[in-house]
Each structure stands twice: as structure tokens, then as C-alpha cells.
Design a protein around this ligand. Structure first.
Ligand SMILES: [Cu+2]
Length: 65
């Protein structure tokens, strides 16, 4: 399934790695695309959206929707 989230606080390559790593810790097959300028996260994953959001939140970023 595809999960798309708007996320506040992602500003650099470190943020991309942190968010990607947190999601891939739960689903190693997940494909994560971050658009820093737009503040969006698109994930192709078997995880439900709320688990993706929880992983992002746990890294210190704010999920806006
Ligand atoms: Cu960063």
C-alpha cells in the first residue's frame, strides 16, 4: 500500500536517513521517498499508515496529516 504523509521538521539528508531508517526497521522492503521542499513523505510499504506515522513521530518529527 502507499502511505503519503505531510511531515514537519524534515530539513536535510540526516532527516531523510532517520525517517527512512525508522520505517525500514519495521518494514525492510519499504520504499521511502522524502520531498524536503514540500515536506512530504511517500512510502510504499506493507505497514498500515498509523504505524508509519508512529515511526516518524518517534524520530522527533511532527506528522501533520
Ligand atoms: Cu535533518
Amino acid at each position: 500500500m502507499k502511505v503519503a504523509l505531510k511531515v514537519a521538521g524534515m530539513t536535510c539528508q540526516h532527516c531523510i536517513r532517520a525517517v527512512t531508517g525508522a520505517i525500514q526497521a519495521l518494514d525492510p522492503q519499504a520504499q521511502v521517498v522524502v520531498d524536503l521542499a514540500a515536506g512530504t513523505l511517500a512510502v510504499q510499504t506493507s505497514l498500515p499508515g498509523n504505524q508509519v506515522a508512529a515511526a516518524v513521530t518517534a524520530e522527533g518529527y511532527q506528522v501533520l496529516g
